[in-house]
Design a protein around this ligand. Structure first.
Ligand code: 13P
Length: 342
């Protein structure tokens, strides 16, 4: 039976569920492990991710898809069960990060362009055979004096569109992730500047997707929220972030796109949850909105685990709590008191 891209995309944004971004590259997971003094070995990476994927209730109830790094797509749990099978058994769709990272853009000291198109068609067909039904490619846009440049915006949008078209050809739903950084090299910009740059990036992105023939019904957008830079002196209220994010997305994202799943980007766990919930509670929306968080879903679980097998249950409880809070947020029903109750 052929699976339709549209159906996979709809499953990825099922009501009250969202996507776990567990696709940290070996270099990125090292940073996370360093913070808890755990050595970055293949076994530790396996044990950590097995803890998350075996948090059964949380996975079944709140997680619609899991983004994996290539190593994890082919990895097995300690008892030999392939991770892909664990994820499928929990009712979630396995996905794979396919970009090869943000590399310096020629001529720039700060800006990057995400690479990985060479050989991508062949890799996608291997990943599909291994069970992946969606993919992720992240472009990074920095805000600073005179940045981003049009060169950077255009090059990244073009690469994302070429990636997305190749995914759809392979029967894989592309997550299109153009991230405007809140914690870039100079993150003192205000929320208005984030709005302006994100609008520019998204308008460019959808033109490129159109030019590449990408079917909007068979993709998911993974954007940043509209927030001030991390070092900005004027931070925004939850309502302001929700209002400006929805306004920006409505003006840029066609309603043919089935779902938008946000990255957390360096927001605290609770703020990422509060922002999502406010958007859904206070606005009528033409697409599903949900989470595709990495740090904001995992930070508490990582701390609770600390690399010790006797802490696996505590790590799973912390993960389950964050999943439940974000599951509520994805229906607009999260409230701050629920955090304390736990
Ligand atoms: P964060 O939620 O930690 O930003 O990660 C999401 C992600 O997948 C970045 O590519």
């Amino acid at each position: 039976m052929t699976e339709r891209l549209e159906d996979i995309a709809i499953a990825m944004v099922a009501e009250g569920q969202g996507i776990l971004a567990a696709d940290e590259s070996t270099a990125t997971i090292r940073k996370r492990f360093d913070s808890i003094n755990v050595e970055n070995t293949e076994t530790n990476r396996r044990d950590y991710r097995e803890m998350l994927f075996r948090a059964n209730e949380a996975m079944k109830n709140y997680i619609s898809g899991v983004i994996l790094f290539e190593e994890t797509l082919y990895q097995k749990a300690a008892d030999g069960t392939p991770f892909v099978d664990l994820i499928r058994k929990a009712g979630a769709v396995p996905g794979i990060k396919v970009d090869m990272g943000a590399k310096p853009l020629a001529g720039s000291k700060i800006e990057t362009v995400t690479e990985g198109l060479d050989g991508l068609r062949e890799r996608l067909s291997k990943y599909h055979a291994a069970g992946a039904r969606f993919a992720k490619w992240r472009a990074v846009i920095s805000i600073a004096d005179g940045l981003p440049t049009w060169n950077c915006v255009k090059a990244n949008a073009h690469a994302l569109a070429r990636y997305a078209a190749l995914c759809q050809e392979a029967g894989i739903v592309p997550i299109v992730e153009p991230e405007v950084l809140m914690d870039g090299p100079n993150s003192s910009h205000g929320i208005e500047r984030c709005y302006e740059v994100t609008e520019w990036v998204l308008k460019t992105q959808f033109q490129e997707l159109y030019d590449a023939g990408v079917v909007l019904e068979g993709m998911i957008l993974k954007p940043n929220m509209i927030v001030p830079g991390q070092k900005c002196e004027t931070q925004a209220s939850v309502e302001q972030v929700a209002d400006m994010t929805v306004r920006c997305l409505k003006s840029c994202v066609p309603s043919a796109v089935p779902g938008i799943a946000f990255l957390s980007g360096g927001q605290s766990d609770q703020l990422a949850t509060a922002h999502l919930s406010a958007m859904i509670a206070m606005h009528s929306l033409p697409w599903k909105l949900t989470f595709s968080y990495g740090r904001a879903l995992q930070a508490a679980a990582l701390q609770a685990w600390g690399g010790k097998s006797e802490n696996v249950a505590a790590g799973q409880r912390a993960f389950a709590h964050r999943c439940a809070m974000n599951g509520l947020a994805a229906t607009g029903k999260w409230q701050a008191e629920l955090e304390k109750a736990a």
